[in-house]
Design a protein around this ligand. Structure first.
Ligand code: ADP
Ligand code: MG
Length: 678
């Protein structure tokens, strides 16, 4: 047993990959030195050593020269040992970072070796550099020690390492074997071999993630029964023929078909619906509610904010009440008597669709027969919250997760590889591109002038302030100052200005929101609480203050609040005169494209995948070696192979898959990272 345990930690150590390499085949001469060089390697002669007293102790300075010039080597620690062991007149190779003081270069604490190296010593030409943690440092585990351990392990156990991938697969994609890859990831003989090792190990990592996702999906399909919605009946047809306020786009039609075929099967639906802001996801949800009603089931629609829940409630009620269907609204602010009677009606099955915030996930909320749950704007929802939905009925309801955060394909594949994905990739007709410009404070008067023109045309305007932290006094000050200056610039009675922020009572928020929705106020000053879903087609200008403080996906979400009607709409990004490089790229990108998917690719590169998804999901993305921003092609390959293998041999029982099965089983035993519902 101990041996098995030991082997596991060995394997772990072998999978502790260097995060960087130093090429020790490259030499630099002293004349070639420049400030800001990365670590470099120089060969030369130690000419002289002297101790220079300083405040505490002394530093040791070595004068080092080659045929092109001379420099200094400096030590602050361990000087006694060095004085005893370094030889004047000896040739050394030194390795490290140089700094320039005046006209002299110096290298603090260089890595030094006698040159040429003694034959007995193992000196890899490309050195691995391991991630070093404080704990490792405290334990005095240096890069050299790490390297020696790994080398020792590879020498002793390398031969016994088992391949994990089928040989035919390796051949197909020109991948090297596992033992070889592990050797070269730690001690590459040359850079091409390092690249091959990386490719092989990245592929393996991505491949096994895909295997897990696909396996979960298969299990869900076969084991988790869903309610079959066989009927497309009275309500759906009646609505479709007589009450549909517009012709569906092709993309909407296609998605509705995809969902219908899921709902009609015996399996539980778990589908992610992606569609850019304004692509008309709500209507798809409404059609799904009708399918549920036709089959005798209730539905719920979960929204991330109270404002959005109220708006959905209003919209869905307007669409469904002509059919005699009852829609309920449940949020944190529905209290007492109203709440009690709502819950009773829900339990009795009198309410067909319940719209609400996560308040409707709470235990006292009991449905008569919940068959479908639609979750809007999924990225604000935790997996745990969604899991609660599963316990609202004896068989889990079908789940449709709608998101307007366009998730890049690669990320969708790795995060949601076990979900089915539908995409609305088309906007309703007649929409115009939103013109986006980037302005600084110097242009403020012009911007106000433009707003006045738009209002004179009968349009409405949003002015949004960043509120990164709800409790941050600074942010509120910005918001309130902004509100003051807007009300000064746009005084009553000619203008009406609404304000909405997170610290207001929800009744007050609703009143202000309503004033804007009904066109009584022309300007809405708000924090990002209006980011999600709010729909006022007459609004044509979105001014985003301190836009440099927002991430790309948030900027795009905010911009999506305008351009919902037929009028030309505008997004004005206001920033300080000076902004950082990343912010510059974000703001510039916004002015260049309206395409949410293109933006999300840039976002992924700028922020990394963990950040993009919020902290909830980032745990699922802690990859050891693959990088989702760079290894998209490899990910597609890995997914393709995983699909092929599982299709041909679902139980992995073919002889060719013996080793694969062994590896996969061990992975499944060691971590259970994926949740069915994610
Ligand atoms: P989102 O996908 O961002 O949730 P919504 O569902 O709020 O988008 O729809 C945005 C606007 O587009 C709404 O005013 C909606 O009524 C309208 N809409 C949706 N589908 C169509 C369509 N096929 N034709 C015309 N307008 C549509
Ligand atoms: Mg929406």
């Amino acid at each position: 047993m101990a041996e098995v345990f030991g082997l596991h930690t060995f394997v772990d150590l072998l999978h502790f990959f260097p995060f960087r390499y130093v090429d020790k085949t490259q030499w630099v001469t002293i004349a070639q030195l420049q400030p800001h060089l990365a670590e470099i390697q120089i060969k030369g002669t130690l000419v002289h050593l002297e101790e220079v007293p300083q405040k505490r102790g002394a530093r040791l300075v070595g004068h080092f020269s080659d045929e092109t010039g001379s420099m200094e080597l400096v030590w602050f620690k361990g000087t006694k040992w060095l004085r005893q062991n370094l030889k004047i007149g000896q040739q050394y190779s030194v390795f490290g970072k140089v700094q320039r003081f005046g006209s002299t270069y110096s290298m603090p604490h260089p890595d030094m070796e006698v040159y040429p190296a003694e034959k007995t010593q193992f000196t890899p030409s490309i050195r691995p550099i391991y991630p070093s943690s404080e704990r490792l440092q405290n334990a005095q585990i240096t890069q050299k020690i790490m390297g020696n351990w790994v080398m020792e392990l590879l020498m002793q156990y390398g031969k016994h390492l088992e391949e994990t991938l089928p040989s035919s697969l390796l051949e197909r994609h020109g991948l090297i074997g596992l033992p070889q890859a592990l050797f070269h990831i730690h001690f590459p003989k040359n850079l091409p071999l390092l690249a091959q090792a990386q490719k092989r190990l990245k592929f393996e990592e991505l491949f096994f993630i895909q295997m897990q996702l696909l396996r979960n999906k298969a299990i869900r399909r076969s084991k988790v029964k869903g309610y079959p919605f066989n009927e497309v009946g009275r309500y759906f047809n009646e609505f479709y023929q007589n009450h549909l306020p517009f012709e569906l786009t092709h993309a909407q039609k296609r998605v509705v078909k995809e969902i219908r075929s899921d709902l009609g099967s015996n399996a539980q639906m778990n589908r992610l619906l992606q569609g850019d802001v304004g692509s008309g996801k709500t209507m798809v949800a409404v059609l799904c509610f009708l399918m549920a009603v036709d089959n005798g089931f209730q539905s719920c629609l979960v929204a991330p904010t109270e404002i959005l829940a109220q708006q959905h409630y209003k919209g869905v009620s307007e669409l469904l009440s002509p059919l005699g269907l009852r829609v309920g609204l449940l949020t944190g602010s529905v209290k007492n008597k109203e709440r009690t009677s709502l819950l009773t009606a829900l339990k009795e099955g009198e309410i067909h669709v319940l719209v609400g915030t996560h308040a409707l996930l709470e235990d006292p909320v009991v449905f008569h027969h919940l068959g479908l749950a639609v979750v809007d704007e999924q990225h604000r929802f935790g997996v745990a919250q969604r899991a609660k939905l599963w316990h609202k009925n004896e068989i889990p309801p079908h789940v449709l997760v709608m998101t307007a955060t366009p998730i890049p394909r690669t990320l969708a594949m790795s995060l949601y590889g076990d979900l089915d994905i539908s995409v609305i990739d088309e906007l309703p007709p007649g929409r115009q591109e939103i013109k986006t410009v980037w302005r600084t404070d110097a242009h403020r008067l012009k911007v106000f002038g433009f707003i006045k023109q738009q209002i004179a045309l009968g349009r409405q305007v949003y002015v949004v302030y960043p509120l990164i932290n709800e409790s941050q006094a600074m942010d509120y000050k910005d918001l309130m100052d902004g509100y003051d200056s807007i009300t000064r610039e746009f005084p009553m009675p000619d203008y009406q200005v609404s304000i909405v922020h997170g610290q207001m009572k929800s009744e007050d928020k609703a009143i202000e929101m309503d004033r804007f929705v009904r066109g009584i106020s022309q300007i809405m000053v708000a924090t990002t609480v209006i980011e999600v879903g709010v729909n006022v087609p007459n609004a044509s200008v979105m001014v985003i203050e301190s836009a440099e403080r927002f991430g790309l996906s948030q900027l795009h979400q905010l911009r999506g609040r305008v351009g919902r009607g037929a009028d030309q709409s505008y997004c004005i990004l206001m920033s300080a005169d000076q902004v950082g490089e990343d912010a510059k790229l974000r703001l510039h990108t916004m002015t260049q494209t309206n395409d949410g998917f293109a933006l999300s690719e840039v976002d992924l590169k700028l922020r990394g995948p963990g950040d993009l998804m919020g902290t909830q999901q980032s745990g699922a993305l802690q990859l050891k070696i693959a990088d989702l921003t760079k290894d998209q092609e490899l990910l597609s390959l890995a997914r393709g192979e995983a699909i092929k293998i599982l299709q041909a041999d679902p139980a992995l029982s073919q002889t060719e898959h013996v080793l694969l099965k062994k590896a996969f089983t061990s992975i499944l035993q060691h971590k259970n990272i994926w949740n069915y519902i994610s």
